[in-house]
Write a new protein. Structure first.
Length: 238
């Protein structure tokens, strides 16, 4: 077995190294959040409203600080996302001295793949899944009431959909890990796919942000599509 290529460090040095990595990560998030706020400004909120909602739908602020608070959260989200490569790098550098060479190679392959899959999930949700769900729910409500959406709740809904879809897109990586680790085989996954479909439907009904059957079905269909894609791509991901 390959040896860990590192000398032992006192606890104080580990804590100092951890503090250094945390400060760099927090500084990156702070700077990039400010950059996102300056670059996007109010335009990002207008973009979200126009992209996800019909033109006649009103979005209102229920208190004087709701707009500023929502803008702050959006800027922080973009800052964290843009800083993710730096954060991941700092985590890797902190853990690297205690890793075996094969563990280093594994992380170098997994982390970029995970980031790319998350980004693809966010883009898929932004352009396809979330606009469909948001406009369907608004049109569904218009039959009985005039939609007037709270800005913070609207943005929270969009954020939930984007982030959850990014997490869903990690399924190929999970499947690849299970197959490479020989915990399951491709044949077992194919044979048990009907049970996986049922589990996906139950999960989507639990996680869907609305009680109508449409959004859970769309989420379940997305999960099934990603799972089937995972069976094709898993041997190539790790």
């Amino acid at each position: 077995m390959a040896e860990i290529q590192d000398k032992e460090m006192p606890l104080e040095e580990h804590l100092a190294e951890l503090r250094k990595r945390l400060l760099i990560s927090l500084a990156a998030v702070g700077v990039l959040s400010v950059v996102a706020a300056l670059l996007f400004g109010r335009g990002i909120i207008r973009l979200l409203i126009s992209h996800f909602l019909p033109a006649e739908v009103k979005v209102i602020a229920l208190n004087p600080v709701e707009y500023a608070y929502t803008w702050f959260l959006l800027s922080l989200f973009f800052g964290i996302y843009l800083a993710l490569p730096i954060i991941i790098y700092e985590i890797f550098r902190f853990a690297e001295p205690g890793l075996y060479p094969n563990e280093r190679r594994f992380l170098i392959r997994v982390v970029p793949t995970s980031f790319i899959l998350f980004t693809l999930g966010v883009l898929f949700s932004f352009f396809f899944l979330t606009p469909f769900s948001a406009k369907f729910l608004v049109n569904y409500a218009e039959a009985t009431a005039e939609p007037m959406l709270s800005l913070h709740r609207f943005v929270s809904f969009i954020g939930f959909m984007l982030i959850s879809t990014g997490i869903i897109f990690q399924i190929p990586l999970v499947v690849a890990f299970l197959v490479k680790s020989e915990l399951v085989s491709m044949e077992q996954l194919r044979d048990k796919r009907k049970y996986v479909y049922i589990a996906f439907l139950a999960l989507s009904m639990t996680l869907a942000p609305d009680p109508t059957p449409v959004t859970p079905i769309v989420i379940a269909a997305t999960l099934i599509f990603i799972f089937e894609l995972s069976l094709v791509l898993s041997r190539y991901l790790l």
